[in-house]
Ligand binder design. Structure first.
Ligand code: NAD
Length: 484
C-alpha cells in the first residue's frame, strides 16, 4: 500500500491553521514518517480557549434539538468516511485494520449520536414538598471543556468526550495525543464540513508538559477537564488545574485481572482471553493482562491459550489477515521489553513469545513484539503490578475464590476485570468483591453507553456514560418555586 503523507493542522474558530512549529508523525508499523503536525503553544491555546468561550454563549443556549441535529450530521459524516477513518486509525496507531472493521468506527460515531439523543430524551428531577413548594433541577452546560486524550484508541476516546461535551452545550478544545494527531484532524474536517458553528469545537495539537497539554489544563478560562491517559499524567494535570479549580474527570491506567474458574467453558475462556490479552497489541487500558486460573484448570488453560495465541499473526496492519499490530513507538517497545529483561532473575518463565517477529521490509523496522505469555511470576513482582501496555500477560494459579480476589485487588489500579465461571452465585460474589469500575462476566469489552464508566483507586476519578456524563458535563441547578 502506498504510504500517505498528512499535513495535520490545528482547527481553531472554524479555520484550519498550519502552525509554525511542526513535528514529525510516524507510522508505528515501520517507523517511517507519514506527515507532520503543529505543536500548539500558549498563543494557539489562548486563541482556541477564547473562541470557545465566545462560542459558548450561543451554543450553550442553542435548543437541544438543534444541537442534536448538528451532532447527528457530525456522526453521519464519520460513518460516511468509515473506510478512510479505519485506515487513518491504523496509520496513527499501528493496530490491525481488521480490528477497526468490527464496528470500531461505527462506535466512534455512536458516541456522538448517543449523547445527542440523550439530551432530548431525558428530563430532569422534580421534588414537590408537602409544604407546597416545588423544586426542579436544571442541567446547564459548564462552559469551555478541555479534552485530553491518549494514543491507544484515539478516535474512540476523542468522540467519547466530544459527544457528551457538545451535546450538553459546552464548547470544546481537544488536545489529542502527539503520537496520533491524524484522526483528530480528520474529525475536525468532518465537523467543519457538516457546519458545526465556528469556535464550538477546536483542536490544538502538541505535547504535554510545557506544551499545548499543560497550557490548556492550566488555562484560567477552561472550566472542566476530561482526561484519559496515564496515572502519572493525571496527577500532573490535577496539580496544574488546582489554582483555577476546574471540574475534573480522569480515566487512567489499568492492570485488569482475568479470573478463570475451573467450571468455565474452556473453549470460550481461551477465545475471550486471547482478545482481552492481545486486542490492540495489548495497548489497552481495559485489557486483562493478569490471568488468574483456578488450579485444576491451570495446565490445560496454559497449553490451549498458548496454542491459540501462537496463531496471532504480526505484520502489515493494512492486511486484513494481520491479527497483531505494532507498538506505538520504539521507546514504548523498549519499555515493554524492559519488563521481560527482568525475568531471568526471578522464577518466572516465558512460555510463549518474548521475542520480536521476523518480518519483511518495511515492517522489519516497526515496533513489533510477539504475543508473550509468562508463567511463574509472583503477584508482587513488577510485571504483575505495573501497566506493561503491550502484548505481554502473566498466568498465575490460585486455589480459593478469596485468594483470587485478594490477588486481583492487590494492585494500585482498579479499572476493569474479567470473571469467567458458570456458577452464578460465584459470579455475583466475585464481581461484588472486585475493586474495579467495570466487571465483565464471561465476556470482554462490551458496554452500553448508559452505564457508568471509570476506574477506582489510581485508575480514575469520576464516572462518565449516560447520566454520569450529564453529572460531569453540566452544572445541576435547583430552582425552588413558591406556591405563594
Ligand atoms: P499519557 O498520559 O502519556 O498522554 C495522554 C495525553 O495527555 C496526551 O494527549 C498527552 O500529550 C497529554 N499529556 C501528557 N502530559 C501532560 C501534562 N503534563 N499536561 C497536560 N497534558 C499532558 O498517556 P498515553 O501514553 O497517551 O496513553 C496510555 C495511557 O492511557 C495508559 O496508562 C492507559 O491505561 C491509559 N488509558 C486509560 C483509559 C481509560 O479509559 N481509563 C483508556 C485509554 C488509555
Amino acid at each position: 500500500m502506498q504510504k500517505p503523507w498528512f499535513e495535520v493542522e490545528h482547527y481553531i474558530d472554524g479555520e484550519f491553521v498550519k502552525g509554525g512549529n511542526r513535528f514529525e508523525v510516524f507510522y508505528p508499523a515501520t517507523n517511517e514518517a507519514i506527515g507532520t503536525a503543529p505543536e500548539g503553544g500558549e498563543a494557539e491555546v489562548d486563541a482556541a480557549v477564547a473562541v470557545a468561550r465566545r462560542a459558548f454563549g450561543k451554543w450553550g443556549r442553542t435548543p437541544a434539538a438543534e444541537r442534536r441535529r448538528i451532532l447527528h450530521a457530525f456522526a453521519d459524516g464519520i460513518r460516511a468516511r468509515e473506510e478512510e477513518l479505519a485506515r487513518v486509525e491504523s496509520w496513527d496507531v499501528g493496530r490491525p485494520i481488521r480490528e477497526n472493521a468490527h464496528g470500531y468506527i461505527q462506535r466512534v460515531a455512536a458516541n456522538i449520536e448517543f449523547f445527542a439523543d440523550f439530551v432530548v430524551t431525558h428530563g430532569s428531577e422534580a421534588y414537590p414538598m408537602d409544604t407546597g413548594y416545588v423544586n426542579y433541577v436544571l442541567h446547564r452546560p459548564v462552559g469551555v471543556a478541555a479534552l485530553i486524550t491518549p494514543w491507544n484508541v484515539p478516535m474512540l476516546l476523542e468522540t467519547w468526550k466530544i459527544g457528551p461535551a457538545l451535546a450538553f452545550g459546552n464548547t470544546v478544545v481537544l488536545k489529542p495525543a502527539e503520537f496520533t494527531p491524524v484522526g483528530a484532524w480528520k474529525l475536525a474536517q468532518i465537523a467543519h464540513e457538516v457546519g458545526l458553528p465556528p469556535g464550538v469545537f477546536n483542536v490544538v495539537h502538541g505535547f504535554g508538559p510545557d506544551s499545548a497539554g499543560a497550557f490548556l489544563t492550566g488555562h484560567p478560562d477552561v472550566d472542566l477537564i476530561s482526561f484519559t491517559g496515564e496515572t502519572t499524567t493525571g496527577k500532573a494535570i490535577m496539580k496544574n488545574a488546582a489554582d483555577t479549580l476546574k471540574k475534573l474527570s480522569f480515566e487512567m491506567g489499568g492492570k485488569g485481572p482475568n479470573i478463570i474458574f475451573a467450571d468455565a467453558d474452556l473453549e470460550q475462556v481461551v477465545k475471550i482471553s486471547v482478545r482481552s490479552s492481545f486486542f490492540n497489541q495489548g495497548e489497552f487500558c481495559l485489557a486483562g493482562p493478569r490471568i488468574l486460573v483456578e488450579r485444576p484448570a491451570y495446565e490445560e488453560f496454559v497449553e490451549r491459550f498458548a496454542e491459540a495465541s501462537k496463531g496471532l499473526r504480526p505484520g502489515d496492519p493494512m492486511d486484513p489477515e494481520t491479527t497483531l499490530g505494532s507498538l506505538i513507538s520504539s521507546d514504548h517497545l523498549q519499555k515493554v521489553q524492559g519488563f521481560l529483561d527482568e525475568l531471568p532473575s526471578t522464577q518466572a518463565e516465558v512460555v510463549l513469545g518474548g521475542d520480536r517477529p521476523e518480518l519483511d521490509e518495511p515492517f522489519d523496522g516497526g515496533n513489533y513484539l510477539n504475543a508473550t505469555i509468562v508463567t511463574g511470576a509472583k503477584p508482587r513482582e513488577r510485571i504483575c503490578q505495573q501497566e506493561v501496555f503491550g502484548p505481554v500477560v502473566t498466568v498465575t494459579p490460585f486455589d480459593e475464590e478469596e485468594e483470587a480476589v485478594e490477588i486481583a485487588n492487590g494492585v494500585s489500579y482498579g479499572l476493569s476485570a474479567v470473571v469467567q465461571t458458570r456458577d452464578l452465585g460465584r459470579a455475583v460474589r466475585v464481581s461484588d468483591a472486585l475493586e474495579a469500575g467495570t466487571v465483565w462476566v464471561n465476556d470482554f469489552f462490551v458496554r452500553d453507553l448508559r452505564v457508568p464508566f471509570g476506574g477506582m483507586k489510581q485508575s480514575g476519578i469520576g464516572r462518565e456514560g449516560g447520566i454520569y456524563s450529564r453529572e460531569f458535563f453540566t452544572e445541576a441547578k435547583n430552582v425552588c418555586l413558591s406556591n405563594r
